[in-house]
Design a binder for this molecule. Structure first.
Ligand SMILES: *[C@@H]1O[C@H](CO)[C@@H](O)[C@H](O)[C@H]1NC(C)=O
Ligand SMILES: *[C@@H]1O[C@H](CO)[C@@H](O)[C@H](O)[C@H]1NC(C)=O
Length: 397
């Protein structure tokens, strides 16, 4: 009897501890804000911007980790800015649904961004489909009319400790995803899709940022799949499929006289299909404090790419009236390792460097590019470095 009551007392005490613990856990665990309960409508036409902003304001003000849920369905939103700094050190977006912009380009076309995060520290975005409906703006631009510049689908500005996983972005008016003035940003499982002739629809643009990782992503668009702008360091790009598009570009650099450089960028295990460029470094021909150094391109497959390997220090997108001072940024310590596949043009390797600022420390190891089943050609100006292993086309270093 006594043993029995001790047992049941122990049981009772344990139960109380359990209940108390779970109450404590609930009290400190993530606050969840659902955009629909904040007034959003999944009908694709009701303006849900305010509901999204209300959810953000609540999540941002929470002293606990907080989660914003967006259920499936189409949510129409105008330009929205999710601004920090936040009290919550960790905000998670769980997006099952689609965010859709207006098909009338004028609604967001002059606002620079459609969806932007500013001054946020500690953000996870899981899933989500962003439809910028940019085609009416592209048509306006193609017709040579006077049109607004267009909005970026998604931008992170002045933020840090960001993870974006499994997000899709289609038909942005301008760039799809921009990372500017950020630290420690991880983008994984990203899908970008826009027509191959859509103007300035870069997939992912990174500038003035450090510690950016882009992995396991598939990007097809009308401009660079990924572009790396001035002031960027410690970038890791791995397992990216690019095409259609203009390739993975460092630059354009050297646009400004006073400019920060780009350093420590790795592109590993990328494939390019039918793109205008593969791995590219481009800079304007004018004096600048900018530079590109400590760059590694490795394990890259080219499939019918117009310029598989290119350094262009005379970047001139308009084809005329570009600066031509015979000087450009310093390009130094660039390695090409295990680059293979097919070129769509005879010249598969082009180093067009400047006589006043030659490209130095260029290393090539195991490069095999063919054009119509024969060796492709190389075109090189003002470049120095070393080659090892099979190099085809040869003759540059
Ligand atoms: C270069 O960048 C990688 C991330 O891609 C980082 O882990 C590494 O520490 C950086 N190297 C230097 C020398 O800063
Ligand atoms: C270079 O690539 C071509 C086409 O893929 C292939 O036929 C050839 O054997 C390769 N050359 C070497 C030396 O590996």
């Amino acid at each position: 009897m006594a043993a029995r009551s001790i047992l049941s007392l122990t049981y009772l005490a344990l139960s109380i501890i359990c209940i108390a613990t779970s109450w404590l856990l609930t009290a400190t665990s993530a606050a969840v804000y659902d955009v629909v309960s904040m007034g959003a409508k999944a009908d694709g036409s009701t303006d849900s911007s305010q509901a999204f902003l209300s959810a953000w304001t609540a999540a941002c003000a929470s002293s606990n980790p907080s989660t914003i849920t967006i259920p499936s369905g189409n949510f129409y939103v105008k330009s929205v800015a999710f601004e920090g700094p936040c009290k919550s050190g960790s905000i998670t977006f769980k997006i099952d649904g689609t965010l859709v912009a207006s098909s009338d380009y004028a609604i967001i076309g002059s606002s620079g961004n459609w969806i932007i995060f500013r001054q946020v520290d500690g953000l996870n975005v899981y899933g989500g489909f962003l439809n910028g409906q940019g085609s009416s703006l592209w048509a306006c631009k193609a017709a040579g009319k006077s049109c607004p510049e267009g909005a970026t689908n998604l931008e992170f500005s002045n933020s840090k400790n960001i993870l974006v996983s499994g997000l899709s972005s289609v038909n942005s008016q301008m760039f799809h995803i921009v990372v500017n003035e950020c630290q420690n940003v991880k983008l994984q499982g990203i899908r970008v899709s826009a027509l191959g002739d859509s103007p300035n629809t870069d997939g992912i643009h990174v500038s003035q940022s450090t510690g950016v990782t882009i992995q396991n992503s598939k990007i097809g668009t009308g401009d660079d799949c990924i572009s790396i702008g001035p002031g960027t360091a410690d970038v890791w790009i791995e397992k990216v499929d690019c095409g259609p598009g203009h390739g993975i570009s460092i630059g354009s650099l050297g646009k400004d006289t006073e400019e920060d450089g780009v350093q420590n960028v790795t592109v590993s295990s990328a494939t390019f299909s039918g793109t205008q460029n593969g791995v590219r470094i481009k800079s304007w021909a004018r004096p600048s404090t900018g530079f590109a150094r400590n760059i590694l391109f490795q394990h890259v497959g080219m499939n019918n790419v117009q310029n598989p390997i290119i350094i262009d220090q005379n970047y001139c997108p308009s084809g005329s009236s570009c600066p031509d001072s015979g000087s450009s940024i310093r390009i130094n310590d660039v390695t090409y390792q295990d680059i293979h596949g097919t070129s769509a043009t005879e010249v598969a390797l082009k180093f067009d460097c400047n006589p006043k600022s030659p490209c130095t420390g260029i290393t090539m190891e195991d490069v095999n590019l063919t054009y119509q089943s024969r060796a492709a050609e190389a075109s090189c100006k003002n470049v120095g470095g070393t080659a090892s292993g099979l190099i085809q086309p040869s003759g540059c270093l």
